[in-house]
Write a protein that binds this ligand. Structure first.
Ligand SMILES: CC(C)(COP(=O)(O)OP(=O)(O)OC[C@H]1O[C@@H](n2cnc3c(N)ncnc32)[C@H](O)[C@@H]1OP(=O)(O)O)[C@@H](O)C(=O)NCCC(=O)NCCS
Length: 172
């Protein structure tokens, strides 16, 4: 990763991909990305049936402080235009040293290797910013995410009174 947090890499099929911090100018690209997700992917990520992000949420997602709130997008070039194929973010929590993360990969790009690239950048950055623990909340039916997290070393546990979610946690 260079100083600005840019990584140039390749997906499993050889497609060139850039992993970089999100910026305010990405709101249009981010909205398009969310709109094109399958209903299932949107539901698994946001745990509600939204079709697109509200202007307020879009601003919150793209205008970040790069410290307590960090997000990386994965983009490829299509017809001279950057196309978002995945995004991962962490946000600080009220527990000192702990951040909560979320990751979404476009349906066509799941299994392409991009999820791992995004998570590596996110985990490294969280560590550099002094976070000790990264946690996430996953729906029990989201087997892809649970398997992905387990492979990366996350431990999962149930929280009393929250039977409808699985909590996952990684010591950074
Ligand atoms: C959860 C999510 C991010 C996982 O991403 P993914 O691309 O599907 O997951 P993986 O990177 O594990 O890829 C799936 C397969 O490709 C394989 N793969 C990925 N990168 C690889 C690599 N570099 N080399 C070889 N194989 C690789 C994985 O081993 C996996 O194979 P398996 O299913 O046989 O184990 C994605 O499914 C998603 O965005 N879902 C919707 C939103 C969501 O649920 N978010 C989570 C809420 S926090």
């Amino acid at each position: 990763m260079n100083k600005q947090g840019f990584i140039k890499s390749e997906l499993l099929d050889g497609t060139s991909v850039t992993i970089r911090p999100i910026r305010a100018g990405d709101s249009g690209m981010e909205q398009e990305f969310i709109r094109h997700l399958s209903k299932e992917s949107r539901y698994f990520r946001f745990m509600l049936s939204l079709r697109e992000l509200s202007p307020k949420k879009l601003k919150y997602f793209t205008e970040i402080d790069y410290d307590r709130h960090m997000a990386f997008v994965a983009t490829i070039m299509r017809e001279d235009k950057e196309l978002e194929i995945g995004v991962a973010r962490y946000v600080f929590t009220e527990n000192p040293g702990t951040c909560e993360f979320g990751i979404t990969v476009g349906d066509a790009w799941q299994g392409s290797g991009v999820a791992g690239l995004l998570m590596t950048s996110l985990e490294d950055t969280a560590r550099e910013h002094g976070f000790k623990t990264m946690e996430g909340i996953v729906l029990p039916g989201n087997s892809k995410m649970l398997k992905f997290a387990q492979k990366r070393g996350f431990k999962s546990h149930l929280v009393e009174g929250e039977d409808d979610t699985v909590h996952i946690e990684l010591q950074l």
